[in-house]
Design a protein around this ligand. Structure first.
Ligand code: GDP
Ligand code: MG
Length: 355
């Protein structure tokens, strides 16, 4: 290549040569594979390859760089290019993140829609109209759920109950056991997480016209006998949400790290919401069905604090009620190990607070 002042560099350094080769390779690869790539990817790859050729094989961007005070010499040019490259990468990461969250929301919506269709076609909504709906999210709880369902009260505070088990893609026959023990079952065809299971359950209960929804776990940690404590203040019109609290009530001992986490997260939620919260990691609660559509619920897994913060943000009248949390009957918690649990929990709190 004959250097031409102004457009081509006077000397093709090793770095420039490497960049030029990579740029050419990217363009060649993209052209060769263009039929099997998405048009958007062809465009992005071509832009990246041609961009690399432009900055390594020519001086065309030097004017732009010096306009931003990245002068040639002493690595100034390469620093300028790196700054621009980081900015472009940042934009691409943002795009990828927003695409991932859109995909995730669409998947949840599809699972929810399928569950509702199946539920409606089976004529199940009628079973819940005007009743207290007991909603039990369950993932691989076949050895626990029967015992839990057998304890469900037929009515609470004089109002009839009906139980919906939201089988979250279980592979151990949880749904069949639940049906055998008298529950109505709706299901996610694949596992999505306790939060997603509850969201689908809420949607089904809102559309069925249930009066109050009570949620409790399928593993026997929450006691159906204590349901009246949660339902009464809602039914009496005192509040719209009654959250169970193991701190006000009683809890069997947990992992040390998880206990510490619970104390920390209760403080954190109290601080950011400027209220006093004693137990933000509890899934036993009663809610008036009509307030559910006001809540923006997005968490697939770490839903307990999201529900609580959302209710506070929307100014929904609520109170905490002492309840007991026992050890699960059989098996192990399906939640991730301590570190990932902590990160997931913190992430849920901040995301809910920020939006
Ligand atoms: N962890 C988890 N629980 C789920 C899922 N789907 C539904 N659940 C139900 O959510 C409830 C709480 O889950 P568990 O693993 O006991 O969490 P922990 O009590 O916080 O340790 C149980 O009734 C689960 O069966 C899921 O994908 N993951
Ligand atoms: Mg549990």
């Amino acid at each position: 290549m004959v250097p031409q002042a102004g457009i081509f560099p006077s000397e093709l350094t090793a770095l420039r040569s490497a960049g030029l080769l990579i740029g050419l390779a990217i363009v060649a690869y993209t052209l060769a594979r263009r039929r099997s790539l998405r048009n958007a990817d062809v465009l992005i790859l071509l832009l990246a390859g041609l961009g690399l050729i432009l900055v390594t094989g020519t001086e065309a961007v030097d004017g732009l760089l010096s306009a931003f005070s990245f002068e040639k010499g002493n690595g100034g040019r390469i620093l300028g290019l790196a700054v621009f490259a980081i900015f472009i990468l940042f934009l691409m990461i943002l795009r990828a993140l927003s695409q991932a969250s859109r995909n995730s929301r669409q998947l949840s919506a599809a699972l929810e829609g399928l569950a509702w269709e199946e539920f409606r076609q089976a004529g199940n909504p009628e079973r819940f109209r005007g009743k207290i709906a007991i909603l039990v999210p369950a993932y691989n709880e076949a050895e626990n759920i029967g015992q839990v369902l057998d304890q469900m009260p037929a009515d609470v505070c004089g109002l009839a109950t009906a139980t919906l088990v939201l089988d979250d893609g279980s592979r151990d026959g949880t749904g069949d056991v639940a049906v055998a023990h008298g529950a109505t079952v709706a299901r996610h065809v694949t596992n999505r997480g306790g939060g997603a299971a509850l969201r689908t359950g809420y949607r089904l209960m809102v559309d069925s016209g249930a009066e109050i929804v009570v949620t409790l776990d399928a593993d026997g940690q929450h006691l159906p006998a204590e349901m009246e404590r949660l339902v009464k203040p809602v039914l009496d019109g005192e509040v719209d949400v009654a959250h169970g609290s193991r701190v006000l009530g009683h809890a069997d001992r947990n992992h040390f790290a998880r206990e510490l986490g619970i104390v920390f997260f209760n403080r954190l939620v109290s601080f950011i919401t400027r209220t006093h919260v004693t137990d933000c990691s509890n899934g036993y609660r009663a809610v008036r069905t009509t307030v559910l559509p006001q809540l923006v619920l997005r968490q697939e897994q770490f839903h307990t604090s999201e529900f609580m913060i959302e209710a506070i943000k929307r100014g929904i009248p609520a109170k905490e009620i002492p309840i007991t949390v026992e050890q699960r009957l059989h098996g192990h918690s399906k939640k991730p190990a301590v570190f990932r649990y902590g990160v997931g929990f913190a992430n849920a709190i901040f995301r809910t607070w920020l939006r």
